[in-house]
Design a protein around this ligand. Structure first.
Ligand code: GLY
Length: 379
């Protein structure tokens, strides 16, 4: 049940290995990349008590020793102080160019550690071992690394591809339902942006991916469904990253729903009021609504998107976000902070139907405002 997706970037190619039991195989899978049997691991305080011992044991199986830095959990760790702490710790560990740093956590750890690795000694290699669904299907693949600035999210960073990604499906069992569904927002996004058959499959099999009250001894079909959901998502991401590593064009497709999402995340203070994948799901529904209002797709398409998100028990509408939100003009202004603004024009990812997304820099503000006004009126 182990799948491998090869990310075929010239001189920077790597495998994303997806399946159960990968922590136990970590040593065997990382050994071929090591010049000496020693790694550094950077993780966070929620992941460490659950999974660090298993990772270290998996490394020790092949004689790899490890030192670990445990950082606080949460988005505020993706910041200058923790970047400095991580870089200085790696230097204190005497990490050399030939060594491997392991980023062991969700998107925050992957982004921070990848960026730290890109700067230490002008670049050391790193392995991503993503522990959240969101990180397994999105942030661990494609080499975007970085931290947040007081001016905005992800504004400081570098493209630095990992040497290997190990997406251990077993780790998903320790996620809360909310975190799992947040990651699912990114999975559904792949279907919506480029693969209608995958979206059909998610409509029928998506509910089978959801966490059970008791995740011990999962049936094989559930594990296989999760492996497929992650594998298909990673394949799609790899294809796009191979075409456009540094986001000059097609890679922006991966931001379906993200322009709305970034405004909503800013409006909710990047807090627990709205997790990133929840914002992506709501943002995808709004992007399809906008596409329908612009006459690009039938009204059935946004309805179908929202029906699926609802069936999964996910946040779907602005009314699902608790607390105050800015008005439509306020949200539009927050979109202007999106780092993908080109020459002052907002780029949106629109769709001609499910699986048919495209990049547009030609979106009238009044259409965006009408979508937002109607969505806010439903609150
Ligand atoms: N998460 C979007 C990208 O990697 O381009």
């Amino acid at each position: 049940m182990i799948e491998t997706v090869h990310v075929n970037l010239p001189g920077r190619a790597y495998d994303v290995v997806i399946g159960p039991g990968l922590l136990a195989q970590a040593g065997a899978r990382i050994t071929p990349f090591l010049r000496r049997p020693r790694v550094t691991i950077v993780t966070e305080e929620n992941v460490a008590p659950l999974h660090l011992a298993a990772l270290r044991q998996g490394l020790e199986e092949t004689g790899i020793t490890s030192e670990t830095l445990i950082l606080p959990a949460g988005e505020s760790t993706k910041s200058w102080p923790f970047l400095e702490q991580t870089v200085e710790w790696l230097l204190a560990q005497k990490v050399e160019r030939g060594d491997i740093v392991i980023a062991f956590g969700g998107g925050v750890i992957g982004d921070l550690v990848g960026f730290a690795a890109s700067t230490v000694r002008r670049g050391v290699r790193f392995v991503q071992i993503p522990t959240s669904l969101l990180a397994q299907v999105d942030s661990s693949v494609g080499g975007k690394t970085g931290i947040n600035s007081p001016s905005g999210k992800n504004l400081i960073g570098a493209f630095h591809q990992p040497t290997l990604v190990l997406a251990d499906i077993d780790l998903l069992s320790s996620l809360s339902e909310r975190d799992f569904l947040s990651g699912y927002g990114e999975v559904a996004k792949y279907g919506m942006l480029g693969d209608p058959d995958f979206f059909d499959w998610l409509e029928s099999d998506g509910p089978n991916l959801k966490p059970l009250a008791d995740e011990t001894a999962l049936p094989d079909d559930k594990i296989a469904a999760r492996v497929w959901a992650v594998t298909r998502s990673v394949q799609m991401k790899a294809d796009i990253v191979e075409r456009d590593e540094t986001e000059q064009g097609d890679r922006a497709l991966l931001n379906l729903g993200h322009t709305f999402c970034h405004a909503l995340e800013a409006a909710t203070g990047y807090s627990d009021r709205l997790l990133h994948g929840e914002g992506v799901a709501i943002g995808c529904a709004l992007a399809f609504e906008l596409s329908a209002r612009m006459g690009l797709c039938a009204q059935e398409e946004p309805s179908r998107v929202r029906a699926h998100l609802n069936a999964m028990g996910m946040k779907t509408d602005l009314s699902d976000i608790e607390g105050e939100l800015p008005d439509a003009h306020g949200l539009l202004a927050l979109m202007g902070q999106d780092k993908k603004v080109v020459d002052g024009q907002l780029r949106f990812i629109l769709a001609r139907g499910i699986g048919k997304a495209f990049v547009s820099a030609d979106v009238p503000a009044d259409k965006v405002l009408s979508v937002l006004n109607d969505a806010l009126a439903m609150r």
